[in-house]
Every structure is written in structure tokens, then in C-alpha cells.
Ligand binder design. Sequence first.
Ligand SMILES: Cc1ncc(COP(=O)(O)O)c(C=O)c1O
Length: 436
Amino acid sequence: MQPTVSERWFARAEQVILGGVNSPSRSFAAVGGGTPVVMAKAAGSRFIDVDGKEYIDYLAAFGPLVLGHAHPSVTAAIQAAAAEGVLYGTPTVWEVEFAEALQQAIPALERLRFVNSGTEAVMTTVRVARGVTGRHKLLKFAGCYHGHSDAMLVAAGSGPSSLGVPDSAGVTPAVAGEVITVPFNDLQAYADALQRYGHELAAVLVEPIVGNFGIVPPRDPHYLRELIDLAHRYGTLVIFDEVITAFRFHYGTAAQLYQVEPDLYALGKAIGGGLPIGAYGGRRDVMEAVAPLGPVYQAGTMAGNPLSMRAGLACLKALREPGVYERMARLGERLTAGIQAAAAEAGVAVTINRVGGAFTVYFTQHPVSNYADAQATDSRLFAVFFHALLRRGVYIAPSKYEAWFVSAAHSDADVDVTLAAVAASMQEVAAAAPPR
Ligand SMILES: Cc1ncc(COP(=O)(O)O)c(C=O)c1O
């Protein structure tokens, strides 16, 4: 068979770009292989590949595209910014307005800083926490992803609350040895870890609604409050990594949904309307440890660049339109109900975790509330489902650990088309499943 135009482009990509992709999660390694699709353009809920094939997009670029592609007001903001200069290296009115808009939505951001990615945002909150407390150790939760800075690429050690081990070549055992990893949704394991290490911990770092082993909310509505209260008892700061969650489920943070307040926030993805962005901030007394006011150093040539600031402002404005989040949640509900029904019809066991317009379909009959649960779900059936949907023009993330993201650009018609593709795809999954 002749290679497609997309396959030819990807073959070229592999000759120059390492692995053909600029981020490993874009490869199809986690779905049994296949050639990543090379996209050409996008608008609203859809993108089109270089062969002219159209896809309904639930990847949302791994989260940022909460308004969908090429939203008219974001596009206009980018065009206006481009015409007036994209970088000054000085304060600008745009960064002030954008910071004010974020602070208005999230009053706990008493002071904040813009950076260029979620990785930078999280990395800096950790440095700030260490600088303020004078402590070195961190506690994080197994399976959560916080960007690719060294201390974040640490996996759980052998015991339930033991010191971590490097999860990537190049991360030193010394760095990993500063990180304690415990299971999400397990307050006892957390309390045990704090009892052992609490007085050495600079910070506890958590995705308040996990997005990185699929969508996994706290099982107990008081879980996050207890995490925070316990950490504070040991003088440990609490950092919420809301890079995925902020402005994803409502106009604000997941912390606000659970009526809790961390000491520091890391933000990114959706706040930039698709442009490179990160931000961190929180308690003023803690943030004042950062240069030029304090001894913790953090800087950035591109930080607060007018393109990202103006796109972010336009994005927040569009998200303030009445009914945006209700619509995404309603479509998410329709999709998950339809997927569940298609799975039942095909005799395939699935567990679906959904929060608003974001959800994950796990091939298992068991609940998924931590990383071990997510690991135990069927990767092979997920891969069959992924490729079956892709062939039918429905693009979801190529990993069982990711989410479907409904955007403000999705419509009921998109859901109808998607559910028809899901019904046929579930039959393929059923054919590949071992008999029950
Ligand atoms: C929760 C979370 N934190 C941090 C990051 C890192 O963000 P970035 O890829 O913008 O560096 C990600 C990226 O997926 C994330 O999901």
C-alpha cells in the first residue's frame, strides 16, 4: 500500500526530530505502535491532517484548548499582539491585566509570576517552598505528573511511603532520595509518611483532581482539606499543581471546588488559550521570598510575553461567558453515558471517571482511584479502542492514562458523530477481548 501523505511527513520527521515527536506523549508507543498523524490545520472542535482527513478532537493538545482551536477572540488577540511587538523585556499593561484577572478569579493568588510552561511553574514552587522552609524533602503522589524537572521524575520506592527512585535516566539518586511518594486517595499512607518525614518536608505537591493517570478525583470530599491540615501541622507547605485543572471545570481552580486553599499554586495549559504559558503564585509572605524581593531566584526572558498574556486574557474573557462550563459538562455527561451504553451493548467492561467535560474510559470492571488501579486496567483493549476511533475520525490521547477533553467548541452534533464511532469501535474491542 502507498504511504499516506501523513506517513511520508512522519518519516521525514524521524530523520530530524528525535523520535519524530517533540514530546514523547505524542508518539503512539503507548497504544501498540502506529504512525502519529501529522496535522495540517484546525478550527473549533476539529482538526484536519495533511491527507485532508478530519478528526473530532478530544485531545485538546493535552488540555490547553478549553475553547477549542482558533477561537476567534483568541486569534484576534494574537494578531493584535503580533502587530504591536511580541516581546519587550519590560513590564507591560497586558501582564498586569492578566495577573489581575487571575487574581480576581483566584483570590489566593496574592502574588504571582508568569513563566513559560507548567514544568517551570511547578519547579519554581518547589524551589520557593524549599527556600522558605529551609527543608529539602518533598512529598508527591504516585502517578501524578508535574512536568519534567529532575525532582518530579521520581517514582515510588519499594515501600508504601518510602523514599523515591529515579524514574528517568539522568536523575540522580540524590535528587530522588529527597522525594517521598505515596498513593493518591489513601489518607493513612499519607499520615504515615508525614509521621516519618513531616519535619523534613518542605512541601506536599498534589494534583487536586488527578489528570495524569486519567481523571481521578478525591474519593472523599474532605481528602484535600485533610492533606492540607496535616501538612500544616508539620510546618510543611502545600502546593496544588493545577496546570490541568485550573479553568478546566469552572472559572477558577479545583481547590475552590473543594473549598480549600493551598499555600502555592502552579498553573499553566488552559490559562494561555493555547499559547506557551505557566504561572505560579499564592501566599504573599511566601511569594516574597522570590527575587528581586527575596533570596529565591527565578527568571525568564520570555516570561509574561505579550502574545501569551493577550491570548490568556482573551481566553479568560470567553470562559466568563454564561453557560460555557455547564455546556461542556452536559456534553461530557452525554458522551460518557453513550460510551457506557456502547460498552454494555458490546459486552465490554469499562469504568469511566468524569469531572465536568473531562473524563477517562478505563478498560476494567473495577473502580479507579489511584495509580495502581489505573495501571491494572487493560492497555491492549485501550489500544484497540484508540486505533478504532482514530480510523473513524475521533482523536483521543494515545495513552490509557490521559483524558478526553470536551471544549467549548464541541457541539451535540460532534457528540452524535462520536458516539456512532464509539459504538462501532466497542464492537472491535469486544472482538479483541478475551471471552468473559
Ligand atoms: C499536572 C501537570 N503539571 C505540570 C505539567 C507540565 O506542564 P508543561 O508540559 O506545560 O511543562 C503537566 C503537563 O502535562 C501536567 O499535566
